[in-house]
Design a protein around this ligand. Structure first.
Ligand SMILES: O=C(O)CCC(=O)C(=O)O
Length: 235
């Protein structure tokens, strides 16, 4: 643990789970399943000591009542859309619904999103994570995973307008879904983190340069989940 981590959280960090489940053999989603995944409970922030990353995780930044309120409000007030994206020359519907808010446009996978103005709900969450992280964000991407068939495939948040070493601040409400990470060059380095209702995950430093992440589909019956990734987009 170093002083930077302590000042980031303004509270003690539990890094007892460091390296406990960090690296897995194999490549398929099932290698991330079951006992191998990181299950984090309680309200103690954690630091994951993975190579080439700076990742902080708070399993319960928002309490149950706040999380229920924010989930319901976001579900109802967001103009959710299923956009088309182009990957490897093929255009397809995104397997989830999205919305984009803030102060700048954002382009990924052939899709350009124009920002809607901040809402009170999104500003409330933004203020909370900014005061915790001592960072500021100017945009947020909202994802709605309607059921286990919705997903986001392997990618890095490394578009040029995010700049070098972007900070990506991710807040989740609703059903717990599994967030998987894999190293781009050392295929033996993988990690799975279950992201519960009210949790907060921050990736920064060289994480996007060296790692990819995904939310895979699941055959389990899962309720909807909303994820918000706050970012800084430079125009
Ligand atoms: O839903 C999540 O936790 C991840 C979302 C994500 O990877 C993204 O918006 O780039």
């Amino acid at each position: 643990m170093n002083s930077k981590q302590l000042s980031f959280w303004d509270s003690p960090i539990d890094n007892s789970s460091e390296n406990s489940t960090g690296n897995f053999a194999g490549d398929s989603p099932k290698d991330f399943m079951g006992a191998e995944s990181e299950t984090c409970s309680g309200s103690v922030p954690q630091v994951f000591d993975l190579p080439d990353t700076e990742i902080w995780f708070h399993p319960a930044l928002f309490d149950a009542a706040e999380s229920d309120r924010l989930f319901t409000t976001l579900l109802q007030e967001t103009p959710w859309k299923q956009e088309d994206i182009t990957l490897y020359g093929q255009t397809m519907r995104q397997p989830r619904l999205t919305a984009w808010y803030g102060e700048a446009s954002y382009t990924y996978s052939g899709l350009t999103l124009s920002p809607a103005p901040w809402t009170a709900t999104l500003s409330e969450i933004k203020t909370r994570i900014e005061s915790l992280s001592h960072l500021t964000f100017n945009s947020v991407l909202l994802n709605l995973y309607r059921n286990g068939n919705d997903s986001v495939s392997w990618h890095s948040d490394d578009e040029p307008e995010l700049g070098k070493n972007p900070a990506i601040a991710s807040v989740s409400f609703g059903a717990t879904r599994r967030f998987m990470l894999r190293h781009k060059s050392d295929k033996s380095l993988k990690k799975a983190i279950d992201l519960p209702h009210g949790s907060f995950l921050l990736m920064r430093g060289e994480t996007q340069h060296h790692w990819q992440h995904q939310i895979p589909k699941t055959a389990k019956l899962v309720q909807p989940r909303i994820n918000l990734t706050y970012r800084v987009v430079r125009e």
